[in-house]
Design a protein around this ligand. Structure first.
Ligand code: ADP
Length: 414
């Protein structure tokens, strides 16, 4: 029976595909199957009773012995070489990777260890090949990632350059369209000027012509007052035409930013004397101007010529757009910072519908069309005043009168 059990055991022992090696507590091989012998390159039974060290590469010997001793003491099943590679020594002198499981056995009070050994050369090779493939793949991925990063950076740079280019183009376009706008406005000005010359200049010019013709007819000494009357007509109309030309020149200067303001300190009485003197020559029958009160001792630091131009304009309009026998009031108040000029008349007023556009260039209210005019004056005055840090506004009621108000800093900031 026992013999039969041993036979069965031998058959099983031999037929296992793993190498099976049994050692005693002196680490002598006391049983080994053919798979193990083949694995390590030994003929049948040559390994029997040899020390296990024959199958272990020399450099692992010391380490291995300590491990086996430890294992013998604790006597528990376990996988060998956990966490590190194990190698077997082939009879031909080379080493090969193995995996081994250890099983302690007790037979007749003797301790044995049965080791199950598998040659994992093939698996290692596959693992290495896989590792190699992985490394190659990782390198490729790293390379592609780098290439992608480079491309993204190049794109970013290109985008940045494109943005700069676009900005430059927009700036250039803006400059061109600004220039075009200026050009258009100047063209419009020229066209307006031509139509004004042909329309607005006709009446005064024919007046001048008539007066000049009549002048020649009054040859007698006692006709001096008639000659004077015609000379005045000529002088007034030339003056009028000259003013229109000056207005046009002002527009162009304002438009092209070529106005140079000249600041100085001047007394308000001096300024007002000048304005009222000019206005008196234009007054109609029964019209009178109320000179501002309490301005003695007041002065301004501003461009005197421009302030005079503004007041002249407002006072001349007040005269022009008021009937005979009316009064024009000039009022001036000054505080620490500002001087306020108020010019009111009892004239035709400005229709409510036209009030919004009154400062637009060339705009003339529909009730003013019978009077001579160009619609330029208020526009120029407003631009100048704003350039000097001032404002202009008005209130008006048709057929009742208008009040224009100018506010200017006492001291221009240069
Ligand atoms: P102009 O008097 O040459 O037409 P302005 O620019 O001085 O040009 O005035 C623009 C318009 O404003 C005038 O045509 C007129 O309709 C209106 N206006 C200005 N001042 C007065 C005023 N004091 N009374 C009534 N209308 C006025």
């Amino acid at each position: 029976m026992f013999q039969k059990d041993k036979d069965v055991f031998d058959v099983l022992f031999e037929s296992v595909s793993e190498g099976v090696i049994v050692v005693n507590d002196a680490q002598k091989i006391i049983a080994i199957n053919s798979s193990a012998e083949n694995m390590f390159g030994y003929p049948k039974n040559e390994l029997l009773y040899q020390h296990l060290d024959v199958l272990i590469p020399k450099k692992y010997h010391v380490h291995h012995s300590t491990n086996v001793d430890g294992f013998m003491k604790h006597k528990e099943r376990r996988q060998m070489g956990r966490g590190r590679d194990l190698y077997g020594a082939h009879k031909d002198g080379y080493t090969f990777p193995v995996e081994a499981g250890l099983n302690p056995l007790n037979i007749n009070d003797e301790t044995y260890v049965m080791a199950l050994v598998i040659d994992i050369t093939q698996r290692k090779k596959q693992e290495e090949a896989l590792q190699e493939l992985n490394t190659q793949l990782e390198n490729k991925v790293a390379l592609r990632t780098q290439e992608l990063t480079n491309t993204v950076n190049e794109l970013k740079e290109a985008n940045k350059n494109r943005d700069i280019e676009i900005k430059k183009r927009i700036e250039a376009q803006n400059k061109i369209s600004d220039a075009l706008k200026k050009e258009k406005e100047l063209n419009e000005l020229k066209t307006k000027f031509l139509s004004l010359v042909s329309h607005e200049f006709k009446t005064p010019l024919s007046g001048i012509l008539t007066s000049a013709m009549l002048l020649g007819k009054y040859k007698l000494t006692e006709q001096q007052n008639k000659r004077d009357k015609h000379l005045k007509t000529i002088s007034d109309k030339v003056h009028y035409l000259n003013n229109i030309l000056n207005d046009f020149l002002s527009i162009e200067k304002l438009e092209t930013g070529k106005v140079n303001y000249k600041f100085s300190s001047f007394r308000l009485t001096k300024l007002l004397d000048e304005v009222v003197y000019n206005a008196n020559m234009l007054l109609r029958e029964g019209q009178k101007i109320n000179y501002p009160k309490n301005i003695d001792g007041l002065s301004l630091f501003q461009d005197e010529k421009i302030v005079e131009l503004a007041l002249n304009n407002l006072v001349h309009n007040a005269i022009k757009y008021s009937p005979v026998e009316t009064t024009i009031d000039i009022d001036i108040k000054q505080d620490e910072m500002y001087t306020v000029f108020v010019i009111s008349d009892q004239g035709i007023g400005i229709p409510e519908a036209d009030q919004k556009q009154i400062f637009n260039r060339y705009f003339r209210a529909e009730n003013a069309l019978l009077n001579q005019g160009t619609g330029i004056g208020l526009n120029i005055v407003k631009s100048h005043l704003e350039n000097l840090g001032g404002t202009i506004s008005f209130t008006s009621k048709e057929n009742k009168g208008s009040t224009f108000t100018i506010t200017l800093p006492n001291k221009a900031s240069q």
